[in-house]
Each structure stands twice: as C-alpha cells, then as structure tokens.
Design a protein around this ligand. Structure first.
Ligand code: KG4
Ligand code: ZN
Length: 337
C-alpha cells in the first residue's frame, strides 16, 4: 500500500527534526537539531528565532537523513509533516517544506498532528514487541502539554483530563527558575534533587485525592516561591528541589491511577513528553501500572521529547489507513487531538 519509505518532518517548537522510516516502521535514519543555544540567552523559546532557525536547518537535516537512509526523495512513499499544534512560524516552515517536496516528487502528503505523533509512538514495532495495542492510556507530560488520553484507535482519542493551569514541564521550568537554575529547568532540578531531603519542606499536593484526572500546578509553584526566602545553603535548595519533585511524582501517579479507572481494557500505560525523562516520575508511574497489572511503556528519551520519528510513524499509520491531506491544508497553531 505504501510504496516506499516515509519522510517525517518536525518543527513545531524548538527542535528541528527529520527522519526516514521504512513502511514497516523500521527507523532508517533520524536527526534532531535542538535550538537550546539560540533560546537560552532569553530563558525560553522565542518564536521568531525558532522559525528562522527551522528554515535555516530543515533542508540540510532532510538531505542528511535521506542520504543516510540511502533513499532518493523521488522514491519516498510519502511525506509526513507536523502541521500543528505549536508555534505558527515553525509550523508554516515545516508544512510548506513538506508540501514542496510532495509537489516536486508527486508524493502523498500527510499533515500530522504533533500530539498524535506522541500518542502513537508506543505503536512503533521496534519499541514494544509488535507495538502497543489499542486501547492504552497515554500520559502526555511535556513543557507545553499535560494530559491523560485514552488512545482507542487511529484518530480515536478521548481526553480524560488535562491541566487547569500550567503543564507539568512548565511547572518544572518555572520552579527551577525561581530556584536560580538554568533553563530548561527540568533536568537541572532533577540533578539538584538527587542530594536533597524530600521531607524537609512540606509542599501542597494539588488535586491529589480528587476525582477525575485533571492537573493543576500553579499552587505548587506559588508554594515554591514562598519557600525560596527560607533557603540559605546549597543543601536547602536541594531539599526544596527534592520536595517539589516528590510532590509532582505523587500527583502524576494519583492522576494516572484515576485515568486508568476511567478506561476499559487498557493494555498499557504509555508516557510521552520531556518530563517522562524524570526518573522519580517514571518510578511513581511504574508503581501505578504494576498495581493494575499493566506494562509501563516509556520510550527512550529521544522518542519522548520532540522528534521526527514519531511524525513519520503517525504518517505511516495514516497512509496505511488511506488518509492523506491536500496541499492546501493550513497549519493550525491550536489543534486539539
Ligand atoms: O517534550 P519536550 O521536549 O518539549 C515540549 O514541551 O514539547 O518537553 C520539555 C519539557 C521541559 O519543560 C523540560 O524542563 C522537561 O520537559 N524535562 C524534564 C526533564 N527533562 C526534560 N522535567 C523533569 N525532569 C527531567 N529530567
Ligand atoms: Zn512534543
């Protein structure tokens, strides 16, 4: 049905990425170029800088993965490009570049929802034996998204809960910033927490014990801000980081438990997004999954954070189902699953 390898393109935030996958999901080549260096001086992603960097780097990344995969553009079976949600400048670069290639080589084009990419990653055949089976619970834990989704089939996603304020990665980043850690704060905070005593500073546990699986993190951030003046030593800072991380892990576990209760016949609990890199979070979620007799599918970090393998794979799933998009498909900065 798909007549050659599929090229995936990603540029919705601050990672420029390209990947080539065989129609069966085998990764032939992948590349990610992070824009960390461009945005670090500003302490966050600057959309205009991001769009220009995507434009500067996407063509070379694409040529690189095609060369390493040993595939000529004309022999591709399709082009899958992230077309939302995200920063509109990068989305326009990504979708337009993909459409240009599709037009030049007469290839099918798939406009991929970035969230669908995260949602379907667990179905890559190389990840779990044969790929995760529908339905499963997806916990999307990134800097921009924080939701529990029942993944019931291709294009069938039921949002069970989401954040009422900040995304969990955003909570990590904002609290880390308050503690004087460099951006992006998640990894830095995790490192600091290693030497901390999580029981020293009591912090609120937002939403814990409430029905449903929505999240809220702004109260926790406020509590962190109120604790900052009490910090004197490096040990104090480590203790606060450890307390914060422990609360987040506990809250995520509580929400995940309720989310599983809102689903019938889930085959697995799947995590995606940068926060899935956090070991304390993984351990807490693994505990919940185990209690439900389910495997926790935590893809390798490079597939949890933004990448083009997941976009190519979502493209393959869509092409297999006969779904393509016209070349006038408009990128969407907001595009719920
Ligand atoms: O999925 P991602 O790379 O990008 C999007 O937001 O789409 O996620 C980035 C987020 C950032 O907020 C970052 O601080 C957080 O994931 N993060 C972590 C860790 N590594 C990345 N948070 C906690 N612990 C980590 N080890
Ligand atoms: Zn993402």
């Amino acid at each position: 049905l798909i007549r050659g390898p599929v090229l995936g393109l990603e540029a919705s935030c601050d990672e420029t990425a390209a990947a080539v996958l065989a129609p069966d999901g085998t990764v032939l080549a992948e590349a990610v170029r992070s824009q960390l260096a461009e945005h670090t001086p500003f302490g966050g992603v600057v959309p205009e800088i991001a769009a220009r960097a995507h434009l500067a780097h996407l063509p070379a990344l694409t040529a690189d993965v095609l060369a390493r995969a040993g595939v000529k553009a004309a022999d591709l079976g399709g082009i899958a490009a992230t077309s939302g949600p995200g920063l509109i400048g990068g989305l326009i670069v990504c979708a337009t570049f993909g459409k240009g290639m599709a037009l030049a080589h007469d290839l099918p084009f798939v406009a991929v929802n970035h969230l669908e990419g995260h949602a379907l990653t667990a179905r890559l055949p190389g990840l779990v034996e044969g790929g995760a089976k529908f339905p499963y619970l997806l916990l999307l834990l990134s800097g921009g998204h924080c939701q529990c989704v029942a993944v019931e089939g291709l294009g069938q996603y039921r949002r069970l809960g989401s954040t009422l304020d900040d995304a969990v990665g955003e909570a990590f980043d904002k609290s880390a910033k308050l503690m004087g850690l460099p951006w992006p704060g998640g990894p830095a905070l995790e490192k600091l927490a290693q030497t901390g005593d999580p029981k020293r500073f009591p912090l609120p546990r937002p939403m814990l014990g409430r029905p449903g699986c929505d999240f809220s993190f702004s109260g926790l951030k406020t509590a962190v801000a109120q604790t900052i003046p009490k910090l004197q030593t490096e040990q104090d800072r480590a203790d606060l980081a450890a307390a914060f991380q422990r609360v987040v892990a506990a809250v995520l576990a509580d929400r995940a438990k309720n989310a599983l209760g809102m689903m019938d016949g889930a085959t697995a609990m799947v995590v995606a997004g940068g926060v899935a890199a956090n070991q304390a979070v993984r351990t807490a979620l693994a505990g919940v999954a185990e209690k439900h007799g389910l495997p926790l599918v935590a893809p390798p970090i490079r597939l949890c954070t933004d990448n083009a393998v997941m976009i190519a794979w979502a493209g393959i799933e869509r092409l297999r189902a006969g779904l393509t998009d016209p070349l006038d498909h408009a990128p969407r900065p907001r595009w719920p699953l």
